[in-house]
Design a protein around this ligand. Structure first.
Ligand code: C2E
Ligand code: MG
Ligand code: MG
Ligand code: MG
Length: 291
């Protein structure tokens, strides 16, 4: 809420700098304890193929329910945790949860891959690939069922350090995706040099593609660029049928967004997958899920 009083802008309800600082300080100092106490969990958002509608994977998205602040958005706490040098603990927590999930699916005879978001800090940690190899071995999960999503800016922050680590991860057989594509440097030359398999079109363009010709053009060019480089193209933020249909017509490979499902807690994801399988088996004309 904004009001002007005596020429000065007054923001009602907006927290003061002191409050923002204190909250950030508390988040950082309490993060490890939060992990131990079970305040932090992982939700999963399904990704489906176009036009087949098969579930090709899920993205792991971290959630923190703080005893005082309630739900804290990862867009707020992940950068704070990163800046405090604690992101290693976050990444290994999410990776363990995600691999444990994939392991349970494998035990049920189901193959679904999981994508984990990586921070710029992990791409500067020389021991990271070894740590990931160890986690895959501990859960006995094949590397091809793991994808790492990294933003362009994470890679471009220090490409000299990031590239060898990405190379090692790729050598292990892990899929690599460039997240939020179109919002960063968009250095096409680098995209060619990166050992990536997938680009994810940033949701801001997908939201706008139905009404804004500029956004539509960006989406179309990313699909074409991705395909011409031999990459698979994923659209995030698919919220309505119209965008889904347009993406399908353009040849975009995979869709993720509220239209398909919001990120779900583990038990709700299980229910969602079961309902989908039951539905597709009930209708002979629909594609049968390979679940
Ligand atoms: P991201 O990796 O680009 O993840 C996609 C974000 O878009 C998620 O927000 C997801 O909930 C949201 N989203 C997906 N489909 C839709 C849609 O149709 N409409 C709308 N309005 N939103 C949609 P979320 O979960 O709040 O995560 C925000 C960001 O926080 C992520 O962006 C990622 O950069 C970061 N993040 C989340 N989990 C982790 C993690 O475990 N580690 C690290 N390093 N970063 C994480
Ligand atoms: Mg992501
Ligand atoms: Mg994204
Ligand atoms: Mg994002």
């Amino acid at each position: 809420v904004r009001a002007t009083r005596g020429g000065e802008e007054v923001r009602g309800y907006a927290p003061s700098m002191g409050q923002i600082f204190l909250r950030r300080f508390q988040m950082v100092t309490q993060f490890r304890q939060a992990l131990e106490e079970g305040q932090v969990s992982v939700h999963y958002q399904p990704k489906v193929s176009l036009p087949g509608k098969q579930v090709v994977g899920v993205e792991a998205l971290v959630r923190w329910v703080h005893p005082e602040f309630g739900r804290i958005n990862p867009d707020e706490f992940v950068p704070a945790v990163e800046a405090a040098g604690l992101v290693g603990a976050l990444t290994s927590f999410v990776l363990d949860e995600a691999l444990a999930r994939v392991r349970r699916w494998l035990d049920e005879g189901i193959e679904i891959s999981v994508a984990v978001n990586l921070s710029v800090r992990s791409l500067a940690d020389e021991g990271f690939a070894a740590q990931v190899a160890d986690a895959l071995a501990r859960y006995d999960v094949p590397a091809r069922l793991l994808t790492f999503e990294l933003t362009e800016s994470a890679v471009m922050a220090d490409p000299q350090r990031a590239l060898p680590i990405l190379g090692e991860l790729h050598e292990l057989g892990i899929e690599l995706a460039v997240d939020d594509f179109g919002t960063g440097y968009s250095s096409l030359a680098y995209l060619r040099r990166l050992p990536v398999d997938q680009v994810k079109i940033d949701k801001s363009f997908v939201f706008g593609m139905g009404t804004d010709l500029g956004d539509l053009a960006v989406v179309r060019s990313i699909v074409e660029l991705g395909h011409s480089l031999g990459l698979s193209v994923v659209a995030e933020g698919v919220e309505d049928d119209a965008s889904r249909d347009q993406l399908e017509a353009m040849g975009c490979d995979v869709a993720q967004g509220y239209l398909i499902s919001r990120p779900l807690a583990e038990d709700r994801l299980e229910a969602w997958l079961q309902a989908r399988t039951a539905r597709s088996l009930g209708h002979r004309d629909e594609t049968v899920l390979t679940l």
